[in-house]
Design a protein around this ligand. Structure first.
Ligand SMILES: Nc1ncnc2c1ncn2[C@@H]1O[C@H](COP(=O)(O)OP(=O)(O)OP(=O)(O)O)[C@@H](O)[C@H]1O
Ligand SMILES: [Mg+2]
Length: 262
């Protein structure tokens, strides 16, 4: 049975989408079957996968969530799962923000995403869910659906702020909605090795969570290659397979898949 892994953060712009996308391709490169789910109305992950106009996609995760909320039957998976170079994905669009407002008014609607993903997980080794940076109803739905959450932290953006709040929310969701949920690790992204700040923040995060939460050994460097690869809708394994950042995402994939390295 596949693992459902959510990539989350309290802050925006910390590399969640870039990491979900590249992790998906690095896991696929290892021979894993991967489904990536765009669960953000900004639809950045869908853009990464080459969707030029998310609003024109007839079946997105927003449509599926609406169907769940209306107690309608969810369409056949072949109708909404798209494929690109060995990775399956479910796109998103602005439609998901309408779902967000609906979710806030509904009672007991925390398991809507779980109901959509549960029947799919048997076909994959990993289902990776990219979320928006908030602790709102969409994020709660993602946490309620996930087995594991990877917390993305950018040392340049006052990383420690909000991290404890996020972890507290994860614990609440575990106690109230989803006892399987655990934090798989903290991923440091956009670390500029030339600056001292990255080192200092890494030490701070380690000190605060040592022995409680794993900090991934793979640290994602700050590089223009990531922005370029998004621009060309080519994941790093295609756009810059020999780059340091791609090597780091490969190493993260090994850590996530349980390989501790050679
Ligand atoms: N390792 C990196 N080095 C340099 N730039 C990066 C790196 N990772 C991501 N970026 C850039 O930073 C910006 C934010 O990245 P991304 O969209 O992955 O963050 P996010 O956490 O998903 O944001 P949001 O919270 O808005 O969903 C993008 O413009 C992306 O190109
Ligand atoms: Mg994002």
């Amino acid at each position: 049975m596949g693992k459902i892994m959510m990539c989350g953060s309290f802050k925006g712009g910390v590399g969640k989408t870039a990491s979900s996308w590249n992790l998906a391709y690095c896991l696929a490169e290892m021979g894993k079957k991967v489904l990536a789910v765009d669960f953000d109305s900004q639809a950045n992950l869908s853009t990464c996968f080459g969707i030029e106009d998310p609003a024109a996609v007839p079946l997105t995760i927003g449509h599926l969530m609406m169907s769940q909320l209306e107690d309608e039957e969810v369409p056949e998976s072949a109708e909404f799962i798209q494929k690109r170079n060995g990775v399956d994905f479910i796109p998103s669009s602005m439609m998901l923000s309408a779902v967000d407002s609906r979710l806030r008014m509904e009672m007991g609607a925390e398991k809507m995403l779980a109901s959509i993903l549960e029947p799919l997980r048997d076909r994959y080794d990993f289902v990776i869910v990219d979320t928006c940076p908030s602790l709102g109803s969409l994020t709660i739905n993602a946490l309620a659906a996930a087995d594991e959450v990877m917390i993305t932290v950018n040392p340049q953006l006052l990383a420690m702020m909000g991290l404890q709040d996020f972890i507290r929310t994860v614990k609440k969701v575990r106690n109230r909605l989803n006892e399987r949920l655990r934090i798989v690790g903290i991923l440091l992204t956009m670390c500029d090795a030339r600056t001292n700040l990255c080192k200092v923040i890494t030490e701070q995060v380690m000190e605060a969570f040592e022995g409680q939460i794993r900090i991934f050994e793979s640290v994602i460097p700050n590089t223009v290659k990531v922005g370029e690869s998004i621009y060309y809708s080519k994941p790093l394994v295609e756009y810059a397979p020999g780059s340091k950042v791609c090597e780091m995402y490969r190493s993260l994939a090994r850590e996530v898949a349980g390989y501790e390295g050679e």
